[in-house]
Structure formats: C-alpha cells, structure tokens
Design a protein around this ligand. Structure first.
Ligand code: ADP
Ligand code: 3PG
Ligand code: MG
Length: 392
C-alpha cells in the first residue's frame, strides 16, 4: 500500500476521526441478511477506539432520493453495537449546524454514526460546502470504504481536501490483495461479471478484456448484451440506454485476443414470476417472459471455464438470487470457484449476500467487499477515493 494508514497517525487520544465505511448491506424487511461489510470494518473501528479516539462513522445505504427513513442506518447501528459491545449514537440531521454541538458533547472512545449519508444531495454532488461541514466534525479523515472508493462523493473524496487523510485497515488490505493479484496474474485469467449495476460495470468491461483472457457474463448485465445482439428479451431487466455501449464492446472484442462469453440458455418466468420457471435458449425468450437466471448448459460451460482458469475473479449474481427458485446459477459459480485450484477473488455486496454457507469461503483466495469498485480497481489499478489519501 503506497498510502499512509491509521498506523501512521501519531496521536489519536482525545482526537476525533471521521471514518467513512461501506455499510451498504442487504436488508430484507429491515433485517440484515449479511453483515460481512460491517465485520470487515471492525479492526479499524476497534483500533481507533483502543487508541482513545472518538469515531464518527459515515456510510450510505441503498440509493435514497432525499430523506427516506426506509433506508435508515438504524439496523446497521444496532448490529454495530452488538459486534463492538459499545453504544452507537445515531446522528439524524447530520447536515445541520446543531449536529456539530451534539458531536462535541460525546466523550472519547465513543462511537457515533451519521444517518444515511446519501439523505443529502451534497454527498453525491461532492459539494465543497458539505464536505467542509463533514470535515469540521473531526481532526482526521479515515477511509475504510473500499466498496465505495470508486464514487467521487463528499464523504469519500471532497472531505480529504480539508483533513489529514488516511487509509483504514480494510482499505489497505483490499488494495494490497488486489494489486498483488493483478501484478502478474496466472493464465488463463477469467473474469465473471453479473448483477444489475450495468452502467458502471459495462464501462470497465472493455479494459478488462485487455487484461483477462475471458470475460463471462450472467445476471441482468448479460440481458443487455443479448439485447444488443438483437435477440428479444421480453420483460427481462435490460438497460436499454446501455445497449449501444454493449454494441461498441462487441465490435472492439473482435480486435482483442480475449473472449466475451454470454449465456447459452436461461431460466424464465413471467413478469410476476408466478409461472413455473422454464429453461430456454438465449435466442428463444418469448415476449411475455423475463430472464431470472442462467440455465444448465451455461452453468456447465462456466464450470469448464472456471476449471480451466488459473485466476478467477467474480462479481455479481447470475440471477435474481433473492428468490430461491433463481439461485442455482449463482450457487454453481460459487461452488465451482471454491472447488477449483485457481487463485480466486470474489466480491460485491449482493455477491457476498448470495453466499449461503461459509464453507465455500475457505478455499477462495480473497473475499472483497467491493463489487463495482473491485472491477473498477481491476481496470485502473486505483480509485478516486484512494488517490486523495496521503502518500506513505
Ligand atoms: P453486486 O452487489 O454483487 O455488485 P449488483 O448490485 O450489481 O451486484 O446486482 C445484484 C442484483 O442484481 C440483485 O438484486 C439481483 O437480484 C439482480 N439481478 C441479477 N440478475 C438478474 C436478472 N436476470 N433479472 C433481474 N435482476 C437480476
Ligand atoms: C456497492 O454495493 O457496490 C457499493 O456500496 C456502492 O453502492 P452504489 O453503487 O449505490 O454507489
Ligand atoms: Mg449490489
């Protein structure tokens, strides 16, 4: 890691740290389904507290439009209390001046958490005034949010202009692991991409095709590529604004040594998902159905690719994994990666949530908390949120 970490902060006792983390975890009916992103940030939080600092934690959750308490960080704060055994004070209207007084009143070695940082537009706009407001809460800025380090937001990039800025231990670990893996990857090098965040993932595929030997797609992002090929996708989740981009990538792929692989068959149902799931070929999706998973031929094909590869990186579920009828594709990718002897990295918020049994994790070389962030790191070797931290 070429950046200074929290170990480089000389005196933390009695000082206040603004700590940005990625606690964007999956919730079902207000219950946390996977707390890996919280657990992974504990070493940094515990170190700062042990050294006598007061810690203000900032994170986003989901993509709220304005102040939307259905995306409150309350359940996350509760889980953090359980994991640390310390009280976590949630600061609701953190953008108001009065929040600064509330923060000042809290004693050292205490944890505070700002409500969902995206409740305020200034965050995503990287508003300088808002970043200055956040900075005025603390003496140091620490970024442990590898999963959001690709976002140019106020609590990630803007704030670093106003405070001495350091990497947290998770950030340092992620950067080290991924940099090592990318320096001289063993070949064949396979990257499997799924999920639904098509705009940001599609932007990195072209560069990843320069680095990897094979890029295999599944999930909603594959639908957009199949649509670009001209096949009817019925009611499937397709990012029509990205179809043109997918076409450009197809064209560029013809000039590269690497291969872009799409599903051979898929599992469909109707829009309301109350028709029995059916396996069809990629070019046979009827107009009143939607794709919810990859099919058995694709699972076998991707299994072969995984077993041939010496390096495998995977981000993004192969289907609508939240519904147990559409998890087989995603489960098979995980199982095969964990059985293969390749060097493997698996990452992403939903990707980690889709993992039902910890037993698979033992044989995976690195579990990353970043999804799109990990793919963008793969593309660029750095991220905006890393660039603004102080050099070692
Ligand atoms: P990650 O968090 O691992 O980076 P994303 O956030 O990009 O992954 O995507 C996860 C979401 O993609 C899940 O909610 C999943 O249901 C959805 N998804 C995957 N495939 C499909 C599909 N075929 N149709 C609809 N949604 C899908
Ligand atoms: C993620 O889950 O990929 C990160 O938390 C980033 O979330 P975002 O795509 O809403 O910025
Ligand atoms: Mg996600």
């Amino acid at each position: 890691m070429k950046k200074k970490t929290i170990y480089d902060i000389k005196s933390l006792s009695g000082r206040t740290v603004f700590l940005t983390v990625d606690f964007n975890i999956s919730l079902i009916d207000g219950n946390i389904t996977n707390d890996t992103r919280i657990v992974e940030a504990l070493p940094t939080i515990n170190y700062l507290i042990k050294k006598g600092a007061k810690v203000i934690i900032a994170s986003h959750l989901g993509r709220p439009e304005g102040y939307d308490l259905s995306l409150s960080l309350k359940p996350v704060a509760k889980r953090l209390e359980k994991l640390t055994g310390k009280k976590v004070k949630l600061i609701d209207k953190f953008w108001e001046k009065s929040a600064l007084d509330d923060i000042r009143k809290v004693k050292d070695r205490q944890l505070l958490m700002l409500e969902n940082i995206r409740f305020i537009d200034g965050e995503k706009e990287n508003d300088r005034q808002f970043a200055r407001h956040l900075a005025s809460m603390a003496d140091f800025f620490v970024n442990d949010a590898f999963g959001t380090a690709h976002r140019v937001h106020a609590s990630i990039v803007g704030i670093a202009e106003f405070l001495p800025s350091f990497a947290g231990l998770l950030m340092a670990k992620e950067v080290e692991m991924l940099s090592d893996a990318l320096e001289r990857p063993k070949r064949p090098f396979l990257v499997i991409i799924g999920g639904a965040k098509t705009p940001e993932k599609i932007a990195v595929i072209e560069r990843i095709l320069d680095i990897a030997d094979t890029v295999a797609l599944g999930g909603a992002i594959a639908n957009t590529f199949l649509a670009a090929w001209g096949f009817g996708m019925g009611k499937s989740y397709v990012d029509y604004e990205m179809v043109e981009m997918a076409r450009v990538i197809f064209w560029k792929t013809t000039r590269k040594h690497s291969a872009l692989i799409l599903p051979l068959d898929v599992i469909t149902s109707n829009k309301d998902k109350n028709v029995k799931p059916k396996v069809v070929d990629y070019n046979n999706v009827s107009h009143n159905t939607a794709i919810y998973d990859i099919g058995p031929k694709t699972r076998q094909h991707y299994r072969d690719l995984i077993f041939e590869a010496k390096t495998v990186i995977w981000n993004g579920p192969m289907g609508l994994y939240e519904d147990p009828r559409f998890t087989e594709g995603t489960d098979s990718i995980l199982e095969n990666i964990s059985q293969s002897k390749s060097f493997s990295i698996v990452g992403g918020g939903d990707t980690l949530t889709s993992i039902k049994s910890q037993k698979y994790l033992k044989t995976i070389s690195h579990i990353s908390t970043g999804g799109s962030a990990m793919l963008e790191f793969l593309e660029k070797g750095t991220l905006p949120g890393i660039e603004v931290l102080q050099n070692a």
